[in-house]
Design a binder for this molecule. Structure first.
Ligand SMILES: Cc1cc2nc3c(=O)[nH]c(=O)nc-3n(C[C@H](O)[C@H](O)[C@H](O)COP(=O)(O)OP(=O)(O)OC[C@H]3O[C@@H](n4cnc5c(N)ncnc54)[C@H](O)[C@@H]3O)c2cc1C
Length: 577
């Protein structure tokens, strides 16, 4: 593990495979190459920790600040990438997510879920989320209890779980394994600012690397993989314009389009006929992994309702309203300034907190000192101290009331877009501009799914969901696009007019350029993206390994510019020196 700032200015490096970005995708891929005989260079912009000047390279513009967070939020530019702050929720995509759905324009992947299954197993291991099992019975064994006693529905399944990673910080967790691999060189503080194509524009000839200390390096490799996340990948492709004026892979103006996050929010008040039969907290799987139950809209119901994918969990009442009279929720409200932006944002609804409101929250805390103290002890014991952390705050409402916390698929929309904006960063790269948009399909998904759930709870006689259907759209957009999930901007498909990469994640028309990121997902599912990002990255590693090593060396056509030939350093020499 080296630092680009320590290398001589102008140094040229070479490798068989150059991976740009050491987040979940880049690190998972690199680990797959360990001991493979291929020389791998993993270029990472950041260092081991959060550094302000490096993080500032992520700054950019957004079309509507109420709809999308600033671009340097909800992603981390450092070794480990955004897994240094992620929540660790692991969920695979469902069968239906891969299918072309007649009611959802632009849906359909080039392959089905079966293609990813072997890689999901390993992805689960890398996330330290235990066995690849997502049914309650198989995961929880005899400890499995019904989520809502007496709830039997063909529209919603209550049998699925989500699993939780430690949450694993991929940088910290796998640094030693990367160091131990003699064929892998991790270069920190190495910012790729452009890819250079050959004159025909069909191969990447090299990458330009710059450091914030003013050094410039060059990299040549048989294959390049962009693992820079769903937004930054767009920036690199669009900013590399030496041969194609519109950027790489962008001959049909598709790069940056179809930008999706997830539609998420909380809505309504849920009460149950027999509260003692309801379980909304965490379970622990037979191997000791935290798991949580969820209500999932079935594939048949999605078809019937012409809706996207949708899940919901039982949640605590809205924090900002002191009417919940729960000391702990009020404590969270008052402690906002101490909670990281990414986690505080959805705890608070942006509504003004006047002095009276603050006093009411203080009153709640003072009225409930034992409850609050008990929670703080629990948090210290199960969240702060252990490596495997209790995933989130779970509060049992005293009045047995819940709200519904939903997470829904966003429909692909070519008008939802990431482009190059105005201004440049400290390395001279154009900044990004994000214009995230949702569609009527997204509103329909949440409206119909929530209405169906309310009807099913009533029909089974187990509970009641009270909500105002007129507020669905405002609730699902209250906090804007769901942060940290950057999907679809270099989507996968067979036709370059509507996609950027092929089914091998190779950029159309560029022989040796691949993408490992949620940017290649054609659709977003209800699931959080990281498990699928990793599964796809592992599949790509297997694909590259299968390619004939000799052919790769031949393609490398090593001759760098003659005047600099003596300064080219192969990755193995860097590692061994
Ligand atoms: C607060 C938060 C909570 C989350 N919780 C969950 C969750 O519970 N479950 C889930 O599935 N997902 C979650 N996510 C999303 C998850 O973190 C991402 O899906 C995942 O980290 C993406 O991995 P990646 O490797 O594609 O990108 P990243 O992790 O973003 O890594 C990209 C890497 O590329 C580097 N890089 C960028 N540009 C360059 C460049 N030009 N040159 C060199 N290097 C570069 C970056 O420094 C970074 O290390 C969460 C995200 C956030 C922010």
């Amino acid at each position: 593990m080296l630092d680009a700032r320590d290398l001589p200015d102008g140094q040229l490096l070479s490798a068989d495979v150059c991976i740009v970005g050491a987040g979940a995708a880049g690190i998972s891929m690199a680990l797959e190459f360990a001991g493979s005989g291929l020389e791998v260079l993993l270029l990472e912009s950041g260092g081991a920790g959060h550094e302000k000047p490096t993080q500032a390279l992520y700054e950019g513009g957004v079309a509507d600040e109420r709809q999308h967070s600033p671009l340097h939020r909800y992603r981390e530019r450092r070794l480990g990438g955004s897994t240094t702050i992620w929540g660790g929720r692991c969920v695979p995509f469902d069968d239906i997510d891969f299918q072309a759905r007649t009611w959802m324009p632009h849906s359909g992947w080039p392959f089905g879920r079966g293609e990813l299954l072997p890689y999901y197993v390993r992805a689960n291991q890398l996330c330290e989320a235990g066995t690849f099992a997502y049914g309650a019975a198989e995961s929880l064994g005899s400890g499995a209890r019904p989520m809502i006693g007496g709830f039997q529905s063909t529209l919603f399944s209550a049998d699925g779980i989500e699993r939780f990673s430690c949450p694993t910080d991929f940088g910290r967790r796998y640094a030693d394994q990367l160091r131990a691999a003699r064929n892998i060189c991790v270069l920190l503080h190495a910012n790729v600012t452009a890819l250079r194509l050959d004159p025909a524009g069909t191969r990447v000839d090299g990458a330009t690397v710059r450091t914030l200390t003013g050094k410039s390096l060059g990299v040549r490799a048989g294959h390049f993989v962009l693992a820079t996340g769903g937004l930054e990948t767009v920036r690199l492709l669009l900013a590399s314009r030496d041969v194609h004026r519109n950027g790489i892979g962008n001959q049909y103006d598709v790069v940056g389009r179809y930008y999706m996050c997830h539609m998420a929010g909380t809505i309504g008040t849920l009460t149950f006929a027999r509260p003692e039969t309801v379980w909304h907290g965490y379970d622990v799987s037979v191997e000791g992994i935290y798991c949580r139950r969820r209500l999932a809209l079935t594939a048949a119901a999605q078809q019937q309702l012409q809706a996207g994918n949708f899940i919901a969990r039982l949640h605590h009442p809205r924090i900002t309203d002191p009417g919940h009279r729960t000391g702990l929720l009020s404590l969270l409200y008052l402690a906002k300034a101490f909670i990281p932006y990414e986690y505080a944002k959805r705890l608070h609804d942006g509504q003004g907190g006047g002095l009276l409101q603050v006093l009411a929250h203080v009153g709640n805390v003072l009225r409930d000192p034992f409850g609050t103290a008990a929670f703080l002890l629990h948090w210290l014991r199960y969240r702060t101290l252990p490596r495997r952390k209790f995933p989130s705050i779970i509060i049992k409402s005293r009045a047995d009331r819940y709200s519904l916390d939903f997470h829904a698929e966003q429909w692909p929309n070519p008008a939802s877009r990431v482009t190059l904006g105005s201004g440049h960063d400290a390395l001279g790269m154009p900044k990004l501009h994000v214009d995230w948009r949702y569609t009527a399909g997204d509103v329909v998904t949440v409206q119909r799914a929530v209405a169906a759930l309310a009807a099913e709870l009533r029909r089974c006689g187990v509970g009641q969901l009270d909500y105002d259907p007129a507020t669905v759209e405002s609730e699902m957009t209250r906090y804007g696009a769901y942060g940290g999930h950057h999907i679809g901007t270099t989507r996968m498909g067979g036709d370059p007019r509507s996609s950027v990469v092929d089914s091998d994640c190779r950029v159309h028309g560029v022989d040796n350029l691949f993408i490992a990121s949620s940017s290649v997902f054609p659709t977003s599912s209800q699931a959080n993206p990281t498990l699928t990002i990793i599964a796809l990255a592992l599949r790509l590693a297997a694909h590259l390994k299968k390619l004939d090593a000799r052919e790769r060396s031949a393609q490398f056509v090593a001759p760098p510019p003659t005047q600099a030939r003596e300064r080219v350093v192969r990755t193995r020499d860097l590692v061994h020196s």
